[in-house]
Design a binder for this molecule. Structure first.
Ligand SMILES: NC(=O)c1ccc[n+]([C@@H]2O[C@H](COP(=O)([O-])OP(=O)(O)OC[C@H]3O[C@@H](n4cnc5c(N)ncnc54)[C@H](OP(=O)(O)O)[C@@H]3O)[C@@H](O)[C@H]2O)c1
Length: 241
């Protein structure tokens, strides 16, 4: 049984990744600000295989004490980390709200870097050939009006991941990104159907990206079948580019 840390596990893509990892018999340390009825169902079904930790990644100061200290005190071996939690502050750059930008940067970019620090330290300590998967966005590659700041956080994550792969590859630690296309989740629920259809029409399949397809790609990158894949960005986006 392997232990995976998963951020943003309460809904959307994170919840589906959580379901797929548990169905394979592995265990999840699930982190988000709040739990959800769907995550509670998984906790009831899988019992001690799901551990929920409430944490707000806008505040980076307690990542070590609130997340990693309890895990290290229990001698938990971390086999993988899925960096999925994110927020999308959507606006034109001419309207920039600094508070919103700083919050998003903390959640999407700074917290993941800090989490990787402690995840990789745990992997080194236990000599684990672990796998790290970051959820990026196709917006970092294609460009969408209003998403420049969000896309920049995802682009930074991709570069970070490529360099992590170089830094830690000699220890067998891998780092990859999944660049997802637009999906039907709470993150995109504010968009009108017309706007969504316009975006979907830019893809080859002319439809939303399936959450299950993104989650299955993450699962593949976490397990040993992908042992020679590192430093890559895999697009799961209905064929956007
Ligand atoms: N939806 C799309 O079209 C799309 C497209 C490309 C890429 N993505 C990426 O896919 C990933 C998942 O997105 P999604 O659509 O599933 O989003 P979502 O439905 O909004 O879920 C976001 C998850 O992150 C958690 N989260 C948000 N802010 C947090 C914070 N400050 N601290 C801790 N946890 C926080 C949320 O839980 P709480 O609110 O309880 O904290 C929730 O579990 C993200 O990285 C996103 O950028 C999404």
């Amino acid at each position: 049984m392997k232990n995976f840390i998963l951020t943003g596990a309460s809904r959307g893509v994170g919840l589906e990744i959580c379901k797929q990892i548990l169905a394979e018999g592995n265990s999840v340390i699930a982190i988000s600000r709040k739990s959800s009825p769907q995550l509670e169902e998984l906790i009831n079904k899988y019992d001690e295989k799901v551990q929920f930790i409430s944490y707000d990644f806008e505040d980076i100061s307690s990542v070590k004490d609130k997340i990693f200290k309890p895990l290290n005190d229990n001698n938990t071996i971390i086999h993988g980390f899925i960096n999925n939690a994110a927020i999308a502050y959507e606006d034109l750059i001419s309207n920039i709200n600094l508070d919103s930008l700083i919050k998003m940067t903390n959640v999407n970019q700074i917290s993941p870097m800090l989490l990787c620090k402690y995840v990789i330290r745990n992997m080194i300590l236990h000599n684990t050939k672990g796998s790290i998967v970051h959820i990026s966005s196709i917006s970092a590659h294609t460009g969408f009006k209003g998403l420049s700041m969000y896309a920049a956080t995802k682009g930074a994550l991709e570069i970070f991941s490529n360099n992590l792969a170089r830094e830690w590859g000699s220890l067998g630690i891998r780092s990859n990104c999944v660049a997802a296309g637009f999906m039907e989740t709470e993150m995109t629920s504010v968009m009108s159907d017309e706007h969504k259809q316009k975006i979907y029409n830019r893809s080859s399949l002319k439809k939303a990206t399936e959450i299950s397809s993104v989650a299955a790609t993450v699962r593949f990158l976490l397990n040993d079948e992908s042992s020679s894949i590192t430093g890559q960005v895999i697009n799961v986006d209905s064929g956007m580019i």
